[in-house]
Design a protein around this ligand. Structure first.
Ligand code: FAD
Length: 872
């Protein structure tokens, strides 16, 4: 007679064996059937062998970078067969361990292929066993796509058994499995190329984290092609050639091995499940909320039911299913299921993501803490990445945690526990965290989300007096923290930033909150010391915050402009879009020399000038997009960027048209007997027009406090200065008006700042106009549509070597104020900030048609207190 059990589990993976052990614990007579090795995909071909090998590649990377730690390892090499041997030993030990557990737990292990053979019956290679309840845990199999030449590829099973590390590896599919192997082999020295059909690899991960991983991989020489569809694999010479299309263009990658990693599908082959009344949806077994199938007494768990196909989820479902069999009510709850990705750096996340929050319209408060500011991460020498938390703005409940960095896959456990149990950020931060440890970073991220971070700066306007404030703070370990005065100075009535309660500003701020509650505010420029002196610019520790702030500001402006260019090509920005990439030192140095009460008159189109002055980059981008939240309510585009609170009088078309306005500004200041300086910025092209000469002349005749600041990037549109102007040294033109004038190296941030500051202060003192010419170079064409054919490649290459940001980074690095890791992190941080900026602009409303003439004529601004005429 057939042997009889209470519960039979089919499949010995992490779902099946955990279910069997729990069933036995609950007193059920239990059997488990496995046709291959106990442990399933996870132990034999998945989680464990990959992590075993990844440990080897990680050790190799650490050893390669071991010198600063005192490690002396000459002739360092990697022994792949030895790593394989160790991996196999780990797998064998675990398989044996699970077999022992099953035996000790009283579970009967049966070997063979199982088939459902009628109610309560299971056939195992011809032998029948009976059970009151059957749990299907047959897992999943490798998915394949019918590509031309697919037979030449290897899969995630075969790659584990490779005899050697491939010199070149192509990975088809940017999912978790593909990315883990990409990280492993890139660390071992393979040239890795990833081809992913979607716009992003690791589609389930927040884009900001993916950007960090992508950068790291590219640092190892790895390449990622997104939006790329592979069409064929063929032999070519001694290698394999993968052909793909990317944005309509065909590309090829040559590789020694091609890994096909396009996912997994639930596995029911040979089970005859449907015959037994089990419903399938394509390959997936359909279950109800208790994990019961359509067939009486038949349950299913793990990969075979689809959903979250991870080992720990399979085990969790195994426990739920058998507890339901035992009569407890266990409905699986997946809201705190963590996902770990063993790339380098590691990635882990749990709960709500930023993208999901946005799509679902869920308001969240965001807090970040970079590992760069973690003592433990520094001691480990692994400071790449950060912890990001998302919380409910009202209750403070933690809703999501996203980590990229050292041991992210372990760190996620605390956040998982918190989310599972509905803990608040306050409960997290009131828990004593051991020091120095990586989990402190989660606590700090929770604090940062509440504006109370201890080990990174909080922005004053966002520090709540109690409970939760309405906006989410930005953070960054190296960002200069803001003094109370400067925070107040930042108050602005511009449509999207600030706290001055004009009706318009308030309305727009509310709109921003409604529209983009998940977005972080943009970061302000660094706070300058009360006086710019040679001492305050020395490359010393006491000036570090300020100098790093200047560096970050230059990066922010550059990234903003690069992304603006992309937005223009996507037709998000209309009209013209001019780029000043390469001029960052001139712009940041010149503008930082000013005091908050000084006024800036500049050319139209100068986005970077506005940002350097502290105008919110979101408002600037929104203006370029023609959106209601822009600096001029979308009416000006790049032609009129203005922010009265910042005393940024914006740009006025056309070239040089604003110079007479600066004279008017100078008159006003003088008339009011104020000590403010008018700072008028223009390009070299503007110095060849009549308005330039008239303006300089008038400023001198009437002794107006104007500093003329010429951004000489050597080309007025496509014409070189020496061809357009009889006086190639433009500062000499000011001599005609008996004006003190200087020329500065516009690629040298500290020089521009110091010399301009001296000139500005002299003018403040004696109300005499002066002139500064900053010699710089723009790295791109005059505008996005300029093909830039008039400059020789040699010229461009020569100037690129003088990149002002790189030059400043070298200075900071040499003096120990920053290192490569830090600069890398700033780039990531700034990139994320600009992404938020674009997202904000994208999601902002268009001006209403009926309001199109509003804010165009002066009368429309009558209610704006900033513009009300004052009696003097
Ligand atoms: P499986 O582990 O697939 O086990 C099913 C078992 O059923 C197999 O042993 C199979 O032989 C047996 N079986 C099938 N049909 C029959 C039958 N008719 N009769 C008898 N026996 C049968 N997940 C993580 O959580 N973390 C990771 O780091 C991770 N890394 C991975 C890396 C790789 C390369 C791969 C491929 C997967 C990885 N996974 C990881 C996924 C994880 O392995 C699976 O989610 C997990 O193994 C699913 O467990 P399961 O019990 O549902 O199925």
């Amino acid at each position: 007679m057939a042997e009889s059990f209470d519960v039979i589990v089919i499949g010995g993976g992490p779902g099946g064996y955990v279910a069997a052990l729990r069933a036995a614990q609950l007193g059920a007579r239990t059997a488990i059937v496995e046709k291959d090795r106990i442990g399933g995909t996870c132990l034999v071909r998945g989680c464990i062998p990959t992590k075993g090998l990844l440990q080897s590649s990680e050790l190799f990377s650490l050893a390669k970078g071991g010198r600063p730690f005192g490690l002396v390892a000459d002739n360092l090499g990697f022994d792949w067969p030895a790593a394989q041997k160790r991996k196999t030993a780990v797998v064998d030990q675990l398989v044996k361990g699970v077999e022992g557990l099953l035996k000790a737990g009283g579970v009967t292990s049966l070997r063979g292929s199982a088939r459902l053979a009628g109610k309560g019956a299971v056939d195992i290679d011809g032998d029948q066993v009976q059970a009151k309840d059957i749990v299907i845990a047959t897992g999943s199999a490798i998915a394949r796509v019918p590509l031309l030449g697919a037979e030449l590829t290897i899969d995630s099973d075969k790659i584990l058994e490779l005899p050697e590390v491939p010199r070149r590896l192509a990975v088809i599919g940017g999912g978790v499995v593909g990315m883990e192997f990409a990280a492993m082999f890139a660390a071992l020295g393979s040239e890795v190329t990833v081809l992913e059909m979607l716009p992003q690899v690791l589609a389930m991960v927040d884009a900001d984290l993916v950007a960090v991983y992508t950068k790291h991989l590219s640092g190892l020489g790895g390449k990622i092609h997104t939006n790329s569809k592979v069409s064929a694999i063929a032999k070519s010479g001694g290698a394999l050639r993968v052909t793909f299309s990317e944005g309509g263009q065909e590309g090829v990658v040559d590789a020694d091995q091609v890994l096909m990693a396009v996912g997994r599908v639930p596995y029911t082959h040979g089970l005859e499940a449907e015959k037994a009344g089990v419903k399938l949806d394509r390959y997936r077994i359909v279950v109800d909320e208790k994990l019961h199938t359509d067939a009486d007494g038949v349950w299913a768990i793990g990969d075979v039911i689809g959903g979250i196909m991870l080992a720990h989820v399979a085990s969790y479902e195994g426990v739920c299913a058998v507890e339901n069999i035992a009569g407890h009510k266990r409905i699986p709850d997946y809201h705190a299921a963590p996902n770990c990705i063993y790339t380098d750096p590691e990635i882990a996340h749990v709960g709500l993501g930023e993208k999901e929050a946005k799509e679902k319209g869920i308001a969240v408060r965001v807090g970040r803490f970079p590992f760069l500011a973690s003592g433990r991460a520094l001691t480990l020498g692994q400071t790449e990445g950060y912890v990001k938390v998302l919380a409910d703005p009202d209750s403070g409940k933690l809703l999501g945690a996203h980590i990229i960095g050292p041991r992210a896959t372990d760190l996620i456990a605390e956040a998982t526990l918190a989310i599972q149990n509905g803990l608040t950020m306050e409960q997290l931060d009131l828990t004593i965290h051991a020091h120095p440890t990586l989990p402190e970073s989660l606590m700090e991220a929770a604090l940062a989300a509440q504006g109370r971070a201890i080990h990174i700066g909080n922005r004053k306007s966002q520090v709540p007096s109690g409970g939760f404030a309405a906006t989410s703070p930005a953070s960054g370990a190296e960002r200069a923290s803001t003094s109370p005065e400067s925070a107040d100075e930042r108050a602005s009535p511009s449509p999207v930033r600030g706290e001055v309660k004009t009706q318009t500003a308030e309305k727009s701020q509310n709109r921003e909150k409604e529209m983009a509650a998940t977005l972080k505010p943009s970061s302000p420029p660094p706070t300058a010391p009360s006086a710019i002196t040679p001492k305050s610019l020395e490359l010393k520790k006491e000036n570090r915050d300020f100098l790093l702030g200047l560096h970050r500001e230059m990066q922010l402006i550059r990234r903003f402009e690069e992304r603006a260019q992309e937005q223009y090509t996507k037709a998000k920005i209309g009209g013209y879009c001019h780029l000043n990439i390469g001029e960052e030192a001139t712009v940041v140095g010149g503008i930082t020399a000013l005091k908050p009460n000084d006024w800036i008159f500049t050319s139209y189109r100068e986005h970077g000038h506005a940002i350097a002055r502290g105008v919110d980059p979101k408002a600037v981008m929104a203006e370029l997009f023609g959106k209601e939240t822009g600096t001029s309510h979308g009416r000006g585009g790049s032609m009129h960027l203005v922010d009265y609170a910042k005393r940024f009088m914006g740009g006025y078309g056309i070239v040089g048209g604003h110079l007479p306005l600066a004279v008017g500004g100078g008159w006003a200041v003088k008339y009011r007997k104020q000590k403010d300086v008018i700072f008028c910025m223009f390009g070299d092209g503007a110095t060849n027009i009549g308005a330039f000469h008239e303006s300089l002349n008038m400023a001198k005749v009437f002794k107006l406090p104007v500093v003329w600041f010429c951004v000489n990037n050597r080309y007025g549109m496509g014409t070189p200065v020496e061809k357009a102007s009889a006086v190639a040294d433009i500062y000499k033109k000011a001599c005609a008006y008996d004006m003190e004038s200087i020329q500065v190296d516009g690629m040298n941030l500290r020089e521009v700042l110091l010399k301009t500051s001296e000139i500005v202060e002299k003018t403040r003192g004696d109300s005499e106009p002066r002139f500064v010419e900053a010699l710089c170079y723009r790295f791109r064409g005059h505008s996005v549509v300029d093909p830039d054919k008039y400059r020789s490649e040699d010229d461009k290459v020569k100037w690129r070597k003088a990149d002002p940001i790189v030059a400043f980074e070298h200075e900071l690095e040499k003096s120990g104020l920053g290192d490569e890791e830090y600069f890398k992190n700033v780039r990531v941080e700034v990139d994320n900030e600009v992404k938020d900026v674009i997202q904000f602009a994208d999601e902002s409303p268009d001006p209403k048609t009926e309001d199109l003439y509003k804010y165009v004529y002066a009368g429309q601004w009558d209610n704006n207190p900033m513009l009300r005429a004052e009696r003097v």
